[in-house]
Ligand binder design. Structure first.
Ligand code: B4P
Length: 192
């Protein structure tokens, strides 16, 4: 199986790039941000709880997110060539849980592709998206800065977790969307 993590700060282009990569490599896209927003739209208890954190730019508790991933892996086990994890794992506890869940299914993370984007560019992109996204966490500069701070404190250690396993590749995430797609594909093509 080809199991990729698209890694990077909020607004680094994970969702944008995943949309292309899933069709190119026939992988199942799992975005925890999208799953949480779907739960919110359904008005489920989980969605309502998650919304309180997301609106403040904070990470949703690990157990909520890990439970959702467990369900998705079971749903697609044996049916796909692999997964692209987008926005997950965001803490070392999530990374360890993911490694264990995949090991139980006889597979593992193949590669972590980490998009590198400056804070000024992240802020610019997210505020631009906020004009049309309808996302409460995209419009307020303070909330966006809190998201980046959460990333710097809680999520960057995930890169170190996979670097120690020799699975991390850093990719320049500034440039046109197509240029970044080409860089990602060059990394993925040598894995197959
Ligand atoms: P996410 O939904 O994961 O959102 P994101 O980090 O903003 O998005 P992404 O990096 O995918 O950016 P995109 O491609 O859209 O998370 C939202 C919230 O959910 C979190 O803050 C947290 O509360 C919660 N959450 C999610 N997962 C969680 C987890 N595992 N644990 C705990 N909590 C969790 O790109 C952004 C914009 O830039 C777009 O408008 C795009 O068009 C533009 N863009 C992309 N590439 C560009 C380029 N090369 N040049 C110019 N613009 C570009």
């Amino acid at each position: 199986m080809l199991n990729l993590i698209l890694f990077g700060p909020p607004g680094s282009g994970k969702g944008t790039q995943a949309a292309f990569l899933i069709s190119q490599y026939l992988l199942k896209h799992i975005s925890t941000g999208d799953l949480l927003r779907e739960e919110k739209a359904k008005g489920s208890k989980l969605g309502m709880e998650a919304q309180r954190y997301m609106e403040q730019g904070l990470l949703v508790p690990d157990e909520v997110v890990i439970g959702m991933i467990d369900q998705k892996l079971d749903e697609f086990a044996g049916k796909v060539n692999g997964f692209i994890f987008d926005g997950f794992p965001r803490t070392v506890a999530q990374a360890e849980a993911l490694d264990n869940l995949l090991a139980e299914k006889g597979t593992e993370i193949t590669k972590v592709l980490a998009l590198q984007v400056s804070e000024a560019e992240l802020l610019r992109r997210i505020l631009e998206r906020g004009k049309t996204s309808g996302r409460a966490d995209d419009v307020n500069e303070e909330t966006i800065k809190r998201r980046v701070q959460e990333y710097n404190v809680k999520t960057i250690p995930v890169a170190e977790h996979y670097a120690k396993k020799g699975k991390l590749s850093n990719i320049d995430g500034e440039g046109s969307i197509d240029e970044i797609t080409d860089l990602l594909c060059a990394e993925i093509d040598v894995l197959q």
